[in-house]
Design a protein around this ligand. Structure first.
Ligand code: PGA
Length: 251
């Protein structure tokens, strides 16, 4: 059985005061979460605060991006060893906002996957199609291309050491969630694509759904056989909503 993972992607939100409050709120309610593993990915400057508050709890933390390099003259970048220094377990890579606003290619994301593993971090590897791609019927082609880039660069066994987050771009921050059936269909496709290379890896790999997931729609999404958790943006910024999604996995 794959243990569900619910991870909060806080994006570029919060202040030291609000981060402290949010961490305290999640910590206070974490005992109600029986089944899912829980993680939060704050903006990088707040990672030390997450470490200070969450060390010794059941909640893991991680970064939202990392450099392909481990150190050097790369102004503004954050390296894998730095995330490890603050005991990050996870790092989000290839989020559609980074692909769109920072021009990250499939190849660069694959190198980031490798950089994460080289540093003992578990990549939360984001993939997903735009509305235009869905409407032109190429959803499977797009997610296959994104997954294949990591398999080609890192090998399928290394892919199996990460987590995939399927996030249809048209559902991110828009309030438009994929229906459980739409999401399940793509999740099953992703798993079958990986199974062509290695059935054991495909069976063990967690595939999260992301895109306007909320306490009100989480249970039906998480009930689908190939949906193994969620990557939560907007709803992860309120402790009550985030915990509501985490407990939806209790069944
Ligand atoms: P959302 O974001 O939950 O606000 O749609 C999800 C994500 O971008 O990871």
């Amino acid at each position: 059985m794959r243990q569900p993972l619910v991870a909060g992607n806080w994006k570029m939100n919060g202040s030291l005061a609000s981060v402290r409050e949010l961490l305290a709120g999640i910590k206070a309610g974490i005992d109600t979460v029986k089944v899912a593993e829980v993680a939060v990915c704050p903006p990088a400057v707040y990672i030390p605060e997450a470490q200070a508050q969450l060390a010794g709890t059941a909640i893991a933390w991680g970064g939202q991006d990392l450099s392909v390099h481990d150190s050097g003259a790369y102004t503004g970048e954050i390296a894998g060893p730095m995330l490890r220094d603050f005991d990050c377990k996870y790092v989000i890579i290839g989020h559609s906002e980074r692909r769109t606003y920072h021009g990250e290619s499939d190849e660069l994301v694959a190198r980031k996957f490798e950089a994460a593993r080289r540093n003992g971090l578990v990549p939360i590897f984001c993939i997903g199609e735009t509305l235009e791609e869905r409407e032109s019927g190429v959803t499977e082609e797009v997610v296959a291309r994104q997954v294949d880039a990591v398999i080609d660069h890192c090998g399928v066994e290394m892919l199996g050491e990460g987590v995939i987050a399927y996030e249809p771009v048209w559902a991110i921050g828009t309030g438009k969630t994929a229906t459980p059936e739409q999401a399940q269909e793509v999740h099953a496709f992703i798993r079958s694509r990986i199974a062509e290379k290695n059935a054991t890896v495909a069976e063990g790999l967690r595939i999260l759904y992301g895109g306007s997931m909320k306490p009100g729609n989480a249970a039906e999404l998480l009930a689908k056989p190939d949906i193994d958790g969620g990557l939560i943006g907007g709803a992860s910024l309120k402790a009550e909503d985030f915990l509501g999604i985490c407990t939806a996995a209790n069944g």
